[in-house]
Design a protein around this ligand. Structure first.
Ligand SMILES: *Cc1c(COP(=O)(O)O)cnc(C)c1O
Length: 267
């Protein structure tokens, strides 16, 4: 895909990324694991490539937070967060953060744009307070959510109504070894393909009782989402893909809920 100011490329393939660099490229923007396919980009390889060409790098680290993955340690220049998700962690604020360990022109430009005169959104004091309060439990929450997600991914892999499970913590994931190297745990997000059509996936999403059918992720309550519907027409997301955000409920209850939704005849 080519736009005036951006080239879209599969960053899991460093050769493709290298080929996409243009003489005026200023920034390489990556997201790992990617949403919703949960593919893994090699942080160190991207940082090394970009530094050799004097290009800045930014990693959207929303799905991991620094508890699970530290892009700056691998040489990435900037980290972006939707604090709406794991950082605040309770699905009750909308916010974001951009971090770097050294000044750079893009960070400075973003800082100026974010100031009130530049039209940036300013969080309310209450939203800031909720975010700080959320951060106090972030490490405990995201580790518990990752541990439950691993168990649920292993449950889904064995289920006859499931075609494929996309979770970087499974040894069957194509980038498992890279994920294990650069992530401490594998986050609370799981995508899976339901055996069958769009309708079959929609039916599963409609049958859960503990999982709430909603977008967003990283909160205390588990969510299930038919991702292609959210993305709308022209999406490349498979029509039979469901995305789970694992919350803090009892993992056995979550597995019972999915079992029921996947086998409606036995409900
Ligand atoms: C949700 C999300 C965003 C956007 O954040 P908002 O706070 O909803 O604006 C960006 N990146 C990732 C990976 C996300 O999950």
């Amino acid at each position: 895909m080519e736009y005036e100011n951006a080239t879209f490329v599969d960053t899991t393939d460093v050769a493709q990324l290298t080929a996409a660099i243009r003489p005026n490229t200023k920034l390489i923007w990556i997201e790992t694991p990617s949403n919703p396919m949960l593919r893994i980009t090699d942080l160190k390889a991207v940082a090394t490539l970009a530094r050799s060409q004097k290009i800045l790098t930014l990693c959207d680290n929303t799905l991991c937070t620094a508890v699970l993955q530290k892009p700056l340690r691998h040489g990435i220049d900037m980290v972006m967060y939707s604090t709406t998700k794991y950082i605040a962690g309770h699905s009750d604020i909308v916010g974001g953060a951009l971090l770097a360990d050294a000044a750079n022109p893009i960070l400075e430009e973003a800082r100026l744009l974010q100031q009130r005169g530049g039209g940036g959104g300013i969080p309310s004091p209450f939203d800031c307070w909720l975010t700080l309060r959320g951060i106090a439990t972030l490490p405990l929450r995201i580790r518990a959510q990752s541990a439950s997600a691993m168990q649920i991914a292993q449950f889904l892999v064995m289920h006859p109504s499931v075609e494929t499970v996309l979770y970087p913590g499974l040894t069957s994931h194509p980038n498992y070894e890279l994920a294990a190297m650069q992530m401490k745990m594998f986050s609370g997000l799981i995508s899976f393909l339901v055996r069958g059509s769009n309708d079959d996936a929609m039916r599963v999403a409609a049958q859960t009782q503990i999982f709430t059918r909603a977008t967003s992720l990283g909160g205390t309550h588990s969510l299930i989402e038919h991702r292609a519907s959210t993305e709308g027409e022209g999406t490349k997301t498979p029509q039979n893909l469901l995305r789970l955000s694992i919350g803090l409920e009892n993992v056995s209850d979550l597995i019972v809920d999915l079992t029921r939704a996947l086998n409606p005849s036995k409900a």
